[in-house]
Structure formats: C-alpha cells, structure tokens
Design a protein around this ligand. Structure first.
Ligand SMILES: Nc1nc2c(ncn2[C@@H]2O[C@H](COP(=O)(O)OP(=O)(O)O)[C@@H](O)[C@H]2O)c(=O)[nH]1
Ligand SMILES: [Mg+2]
Length: 443
C-alpha cells in the first residue's frame, strides 16, 4: 500500500455538501486523530456519524457522515475514508489541514484513479473513461463513457489478445521445441489467417471508435466565406440567438465568434470567422489570418456563398478548403426564384437551414449503434489501434517476403505488447503517470 493521500473530491465552492477523500495505509489512524468516534469495524465498509474536531484547540469543526472502506473493498483498493461534510470551503480547508497535520499528503491530479489502476481495480481504458465521464457534455457522450467505465469497452480487446497470445506461444514452442509433434505446427498460412482476421476486426474497431469519438468529443465546424454572404447570420441561426453581430457593412466580424449546439446528440462547436478578402486594414487582416487557421483546425468547413452575388472571390475560398472536408451552401435563398437541383440552398435570415443540418449529420454518419455500443474512442487508445493495424500489415508483408520465423515472432510479440498497453497490462509506468496527471485532483 502507498502513503495516505487526501483531496477534496467536490468543487471548492459553497454548496450543500462536500466530500473529502483519504486513501492509503494509515488513513483510519489519521482520521481517528480528528474524529470524535473511533473508526473500527469488521465488515468491508461502515458508515459513521460524528463530529470533526480539532482536539488540540478543543474546537468542533463540523457534523459529518464518514464512510470507511477496508482494502481491497474501495475504489483505490486501499483503506479509504470519505468524509461528507457541509459545503463550506473553510470547512474543507480545515479538514484537509487536519489530515495533513496527522500524516496525510495532498493528492496529485488523478492519483486516486492511478492507485485504483495500480491495485488492479480498474484497467487503463476504464481509468481514462472516468475523465471522459466527468467532462461529458451530452447525455450520449456520458452514456458511452459509462459503458467504458463498466469494463465493456475493455472486453473488445479480448479476442485480439487471445489470438495473438496463442499465435505467439505456438510460434515460440515451435522454435524452442521443434521435436514436439503434437503441438500445432505454425505455418506461414496460419499467421496470415490470424493476421487477416484481426486486421478486419481492428479496422472495424477504429471505424466505430472514430464515430464514438465524434459523439464524445464533438466536432469543430468553421463557417467561412467572403464578407456579407451571411456567415454570422448562419451562426446565429444555428444557435437560435443573436450572438454574432450581423450587418451589411463588410468586415464587421473580425474576431472568431464561437457557439456550441447539440445536434441529435452530437456537440458541435461552430466558429464564425472574418470574411476572407483582400484588405489593407491591419485588424481585419489579422481576422482573415485567423479564418485561415480555423479552416486548418476544423473537422468540417461550411463555405457560404451569397446566391445573389457569386464572384471570383468565392472560387478562391473554395481553393483554400480543397483539402478539407467541406460543404458549400448557397445562402439568401429567400431572394431567389430559380433553384438548381444539385445545390444546397439555405436562408440564414429566415432560419431555413434544416437541409444543412441534415447534410452535416450525413457527413459524420453517426448511427444508433454508435450511441448504444461500447467503442474504443479515446485518442490514446485509437492511436494504439492504428499502430497495431500498421504492425499487422508489416507482418503480412514480411511473410510475403519469406522473412525468417524468428523475426516474425519478434514482430508478433511487439503487437501483443501493444495490445496489452491498451488496457495498461504492460504499460510503461511513466506513460501511465502522464495519463493520470491529466485528471483533476480528487479523482
Ligand atoms: N435576404 C437575406 N439576407 C441575408 C441572409 N443572411 C444574411 N443576410 C444579410 O446579409 C448581410 C450580411 O450578413 P452577415 O451575417 O453579417 O454576413 P457575414 O459578413 O458573412 O457575417 C446582413 O444585412 C444580413 O441581414 C439571408 O438568408 N437572406
Ligand atoms: Mg460576419
């Protein structure tokens, strides 16, 4: 067991109640120094009612409920205490001060979850989902993170792990003990078969994961176009409020204006940008530069044209987005009488933009399955899956080149270790520390 850590698990603000957690080998002894009852119990856990007291100053701090957990029956797997006190930052401070006075140390960000992981109460995928759950901005995203916390996402790794473990052990037995006749002789065909099967499986995991990531993290959409086409009006129409200034004066929008909506469960961040044109105004030019940067950093770009005023400048903007996922919309539909079948017409002014919303959903193709089933949707985990995919393709190439079985065995072992690193079973200690350091204190 580790030393005892203490942290506030709820926000440092006035509220009805607050929770302070302690975890580590001396936590009961430490708390006994400032609790008016003795924490002693036989069961896995016990609830105590009592008072936090500064015995030295003979001062009562608060009336509390105290939950005590014996190892391994706690979140961290260690002896733990949760003190539910009244929600005053002064009380929080005093209880933490007393805990430190009697031997606890202030926890670092993510240290509780890190201990839970080290003590094998949760794996790395589950640990990462705690952060995702806290940061979820939609019910759908929260649901996906919960599936992950429950261990359902980690189960997706099991077939991969099994296949490569058995492939690896078979190859090694064949290399080390060629005299054993009864052990399946691993031929190159077998390696190819397993690699091909799992390559398909991983590609599927990556696709579902990317969709899950969209649900979880949302998407960034930049609205661009020349001045006066109706970009700010479009942002306002999406948001249903007058957030950006709309005017017929060219160059009105200079800074990037942001707005967030929930479109069928997907959180979308819109960025209304300065109209792109040749300008000799220094401030407007900075705005235009920002517009161009936003094009680069967005997942999708909406290029707005004014249907009543198409020009060469529009074509130049199209050229800027040619390498990005984009949708071209023709605004000010209300001023037109003839419409082309193959164009997307909207009227930002009249809030006639449903066709554009449908188009956005179509581009990101989120299905019911993506909302309801677990997926490996964390950036770190998706990155590892991409690496594994690449390594499997490398093995297939080496087999084709008739490389020696010893070398292929090393490559397969690396794949196996990568698979284990998804759940953190063979993760470099420093990497996991880095992952947990992104958590908030008290988690
Ligand atoms: N008739 C019509 N006018 C619009 C529409 N959208 C925007 N406008 C007008 O076009 C002008 C420029 O709009 P704005 O949103 O500021 O354009 P931006 O410079 O691209 O941000 C304003 O006078 C708006 O009222 C539309 O759908 N129909
Ligand atoms: Mg504008």
């Amino acid at each position: 067991m580790f030393d005892t850590i203490v942290a506030l698990a709820t926000p440092q603000i006035k509220s009805a109640l607050g929770i302070i957690r302690l975890s580590g080998e001396n936590c009961f002894t430490i708390v006994n120094n400032f609790f008016n009852r003795e924490i002693k119990f036989k069961d896995k856990n016990k609830i105590f009612y009592g008072y936090i007291v500064d015995k030295e100053k003979e001062e009562t701090i608060d009336e509390v409920i105290l939950l005590a957990y014996k190892n391994p029956y706690s979140f961290t797997g260690e002896d733990s205490v949760e003190i539910i006190c009244h929600g005053s930052p002064l009380i929080f401070e005093k209880i933490i001060e007393l805990s430190i006075k009697f031997g606890a140390r202030l926890a670092k960000g993510g240290e509780y979850s890190f201990r839970s992981y080290v003590n094998r109460k949760i794996d790395l995928i589950q640990a990462e989902s705690i952060n995702d759950l806290i940061n979820a901005e939609s019910l759908e995203s929260q649901k996906l993170s919960l599936l992950s916390l429950q261990g359902k996402t980690s189960k997706l790794i099991a077939p991969l792990k099994e296949d490569f473990a058995s492939l690896l052990s078979n190859i090694e037995v064949n290399i080390d003990y060629p005299e054993y006749q009864d052990i399946e002789v691993i031929t190159f065909e077998k390696i190819v078969e397993i690699c091909n099967k799992n390559l398909k499986y991983i590609e599927n995991l990556i696709n579902n994961g990317q969709q899950g990531k969209i649900i979880k993290d949302g998407i960034n959409i930049a609205i661009v176009g020349k001045p006066n086409v109706g970009k700010s009006s479009l942002l306002n129409s999406f948001l249903n409020e007058d957030k950006a200034i709309v005017s017929s004066i060219k160059g009105t929008t200079r800074d990037v204006v942001e707005g967030k909506i929930n479109l069928n469960g997907i959180i979308i961040n819109f960025f209304d940008t300065a109209g792109i044109r040749e300008s000799d105004n220094e401030i407007e030019e900075i705005g235009i530069l920002k517009s161009k940067q936003k094009i680069e950093s967005s997942d999708l770009v909406i290029v707005v044209f004014d249907s009543t005023d198409l020009s060469k400048e529009d074509e130049e903007i199209l050229d800027l987005v040619k390498n990005k996922k984009h949708i071209v919309v023709y605004n000010k539909k209300d001023k037109l009488t003839n419409l082309d079948d193959d164009k997307i017409y909207i009227s930002a002014l009249k809030n006639d933009i449903n066709i554009l919303k449908e188009q956005i959903l179509k581009i990101f193709k989120i299905s019911k399955d993506n909302y309801e089933n677990p997926s490996i949707n964390n950036a770190r985990e998706l990155g590892i899956l991409q690496n594994i995919k690449k390594s499997i393709i490398d093995v297939l190439n080496e087999v084709q080149n008739k490389t020696s079985i010893d070398l292929i065995s090393v490559m397969i072992k690396d794949i196996y270790l990568e698979i284990l690193s998804l759940t953190g079973e063979d993760c470099d200690f420093d990497i996991t520390k880095e992952i947990f350091s992104r958590f908030c204190v008290g988690k």
